[in-house]
Design a protein around this ligand. Sequence first.
Ligand code: SAM
Ligand code: SF4
Ligand code: SF4
Length: 328
Amino acid sequence: MSNSQIIDRFGRPHTYLRISLTDRCNLRCFYCMPEDGIDLMEKPSIMTLEEIISITKTFKELGVNTVRLTGGEPLIRKNFEYLIRSLADLGVTLKLTTNAILLDRYLDLFEEVGLKRINISLDTLDKARSVFITKRDYYDQIMTNIQEAVSRGFSIKLNVVLIKGVNDAEINDFIALTKNQKLDIKFIEFMPFKGNKWDWSKGVSQEEILKTVRSKFGKVEPIDNPKHSTSVNFKVAHHQGTFGIVSTITNPFCADCNRIRLTADGKMKNCLFANSETDLLTPFRSGEELKPLILQTIQQKKYSRDGMDLKMDADQYENNRSMTSIGG
Ligand code: SAM
Ligand code: SF4
Ligand code: SF4
């Protein structure tokens, strides 16, 4: 039973805060970062580490028990170690989403503070394709760091955004990785954000993914979906690892949503697709009490995808932020 006070109009308690530490990134994944880049946030408008810690404490007092650090690339944030230690001291469960380029620097720290669950973006197992997708050449470093994290017993999920004609032929190569390793693969349907040239004809649906996996591995077994999961999860018989599909476009799992987002410039977003945001940082800086503002904001949350229907409304998502400045 959750003791969260952050309850929306649909009775959903919100216990999970995803904080974007920066809108900067050391990769340029084409589906995330617009070709011409983004207007980067001015430094003074970005939450300081002390502000992040203090605002997180307020969310914790309202019942948030899990915090995921994301970005942009969270590991490029200066004094990241200090932040992690301070957040761990608040007693929340910490999770991380990263591209893994700098992961090796922090594994000892993560072991020390008990940060065990790490989601890592890895869209391809092919070096040349990785350079094409990310526009940078860090593939070897990323793979070395993933192997190290797996061998040290971290719980690793690989996030794979599938795009037709780019990496959809690799679906079963990713599944093969789960045969002898306790790895989770999370296939993600391509989602629309500002400037990412979204076109669902380039997307790969849950149905297509399952058909491809079954064509090679035969029967796949559904496994229990953890509460609040936004993916539907499966296992190939006798494989050690599992796979899941985040079918936000074709079959969104919003009914049990418990997520709140906080952007690096301190705006609270009720949903990944929400255009409306509530500035928490300005009132925080002028000494206002944030709790009433947070509780009011959650009342504006819509049931699913901020009200977008299956066609996904370009007027709406082009007025959202780019994914790199939301924090996926
Ligand atoms: N830089 C870190 C990383 O890549 O893991 C954290 C931030 S990134 C924005 C978080 C997640 O969002 C990544 O797994 C990425 O694949 C996913 N993502 C970005 N753009 C997306 C899109 N258009 N559709 C679906 N997922 C997307
Ligand atoms: Fe950077 Fe992550 Fe976006 Fe790739 S998906 S550009 S690594 S923020
Ligand atoms: Fe929650 Fe919005 Fe994601 Fe649905 S689309 S799970 S409502 S954040």
